[in-house]
Design a protein around this ligand. Structure first.
Ligand SMILES: *[C@@H]1O[C@H](CO)[C@@H](O)[C@H](O)[C@H]1NC(C)=O
Ligand SMILES: *[C@@H]1O[C@H](CO)[C@@H](O)[C@H](O)[C@H]1NC(C)=O
Ligand SMILES: *[C@@H]1O[C@H](CO)[C@@H](O)[C@H](O)[C@H]1NC(C)=O
Ligand SMILES: *[C@@H]1O[C@H](CO)[C@@H](O)[C@H](O)[C@H]1NC(C)=O
Length: 432
């Protein structure tokens, strides 16, 4: 073989450069390009509360700017625990320039064994401030003509002024729940106690309750967030995977509770986290504003207030029958005014708590306690405030004599009864 001349060597070297190095450079160039790009069409906003993260089994729910941590956007998400691979945040500004960055995923510690868990996908970086829209991607290489669905970034403005003092978050409405009378009584009771806003996550409900929800929405106190979780997953009707099976704890209750905290972060001074059949009832004071003013003076560092749950069995009726009203006779549901007997504490059984929180103090919450928070937690004494929870008994064998008489609800009778009538009337639920 002839020896190669200098010229040929140069040509071969150049070819090598072209074959090996240039594609690498180009690849790097596209990668760099891909971390920052421009969207040419309009940004597509998700039109549902639950959005699939393309190319993964996970879902994203809502995105919130978090002013408490430096340069962070938190995306409340539902993550399949055994399928967690690296995720990327894509965030875009008003000029539709988008940036891609690696996401941190913080799966909440409470999952009760279910395959899917409430999680925070955390997006960080200096361009976060300008982001109006954000989405989650399974790859970092993205071009400007993709068809991704974005979430608007909420809570971009921090305020010290809140539209509401007290907001109640009802994590879930599902099945054919049609407990109209108890719901109307509970809503009217909340109003008398000083609640100005109620947020309910609706998967489904019964026909009469639907009318009542529409009434309260018209009135302005109620915000209904559609929560069609059953269209995306097989949600569990229970809290424990071993016992109830399914993909996700209790219709996604942990997801909606966290969503509600962030939704109300700059909208409400306090948020009450309780179920649809529970009333957080001040006993020592006449209303929630009075209760919180005193508690906050005594506990200036506290941002999470735990309230004990107490059961009023729906199987025990008060004797006088004075609330067996003809008007309410044909309505579905429990008349809570008839149930004034409270179960005693059980030895060695802890009464579960629900919460009044300052949402700005909460990072992650579970049902009975917060998981991550700022400030102190205060367990409110039983005689100051407790939950009135009318439901099936937990200690069903106890007789009336073994229960405590507790007529706190009756003290509101004068306003409560006509207000309930009015709400039912306006919902076209009263036949007479
Ligand atoms: C949301 O948008 C998708 C795609 O455009 C559409 O198919 C779907 O019907 C919309 N859903 C709702 C609830 O508007
Ligand atoms: C994006 O644009 C490139 C180049 O113009 C094209 O080859 C590709 O098919 C486009 N992708 C989509 C999803 O439209
Ligand atoms: C928005 O959705 C439309 C229709 O699905 C799609 O053609 C378009 O590329 C999407 N735009 C972006 C920026 O994702
Ligand atoms: C609640 O959800 C069900 C099922 O999607 C729907 O039919 C109903 O209209 C919703 N109710 C309200 C008040 O939004």
């Amino acid at each position: 073989m002839e020896k190669l001349g200098t010229k040929q060597r140069v040509i071969i070297a150049l070819c090598l450069v072209m074959i090996i190095i240039i594609p690498r450079l180009m690849h790097r160039a596209t990668e760099e390009f891909s971390t920052k790009y421009h969207i040419h069409s309009k940004i597509n906003e998700s039109n549902t509360s639950i959005t699939l993260i393309e190319g993964s089994p996970h879902f994203m729910v809502s995105a919130f700017f978090d002013h408490r941590e430096t340069e962070t956007i938190r995306i409340i998400s539902i993550i399949k625990r055994d399928s967690l691979k690296p995720l990327y945040c894509v965030y875009c500004n008003t000029q539709k320039y988008c940036q891609v960055g690696k996401a941190d995923v913080d799966t909440h510690s409470d999952h009760f064994g279910f395959p899917f868990v409430a999680s925070d996908v955390l997006c960080r970086g200096k361009y976060i401030h300008d982001a109006t829209h954000i989405t989650i991607s399974t790859t970092s290489v993205i071009s400007g003509n993709h068809s991704k669905v974005f979430l608007p970034v909420r809570n971009r403005q921090k305020t010290d002024w809140f539209r509401y003092d007290f907001t109640v978050c009802i994590s879930n409405l599902f099945g054919k729940y049609n407990n109209v009378l108890q719901f109307a009584q509970t809503m009217e009771m909340y109003k008398l106690l000083g609640v100005q806003r109620v947020v309910i996550y609706n998967t489904s409900c019964g026909p009469d309750l639907e009318k009542l929800l529409q009434h309260y929405r018209r009135e302005g106190i109620l915000e209904v967030v559609q929560w069609p979780i059953n269209q995306f997953l097989n949600p569990s009707p229970g809290w424990n995977f071993e016992e109830h099976k399914g993909d996700l704890h209790y219709y996604g209750q942990l997801v909606t509770l966290n969503e509600c905290i962030y939704r109300n972060m700059y909208q409400s001074k306090y948020v009450l986290l309780n179920d649809i059949d529970e009333i957080i009832m001040p006993y020592k004071y006449t209303s929630l504003p009075q209760l919180m003013e005193i508690l906050q003076k005594e506990q200036p560092g506290a941002g999470v207030f735990l309230i004990e749950n107490h059961i009023f069995p729906k199987t025990q009726f008060e004797d006088s029958g004075k609330f067996k009203r003809l008007k309410w006779n044909n309505l579905p549901g429990i008349n809570i005014l008839e149930h004034i007997y409270r179960e005693p504490d059980r030895k060695n059984v802890y009464n579960p708590t629900k919460m009044i929180v300052i949402p700005r103090n909460v990072v992650q919450t579970s049902v009975h306690t917060t998981l991550k928070h700022y400030g102190e937690v205060f367990k409110v004494p039983f005689d100051v405030c407790r939950i009135v929870h009318v439901r099936v008994p937990l200690q069903g064998s106890l007789t009336k004599e073994q229960l405590f008489e507790d007529k706190r609800l009756w003290e509101f009778e004068g306003d409560l009864v006509p207000n309930v009538d009015d709400a039912l009337q306006k919902s076209s639920l009263l036949k007479i």
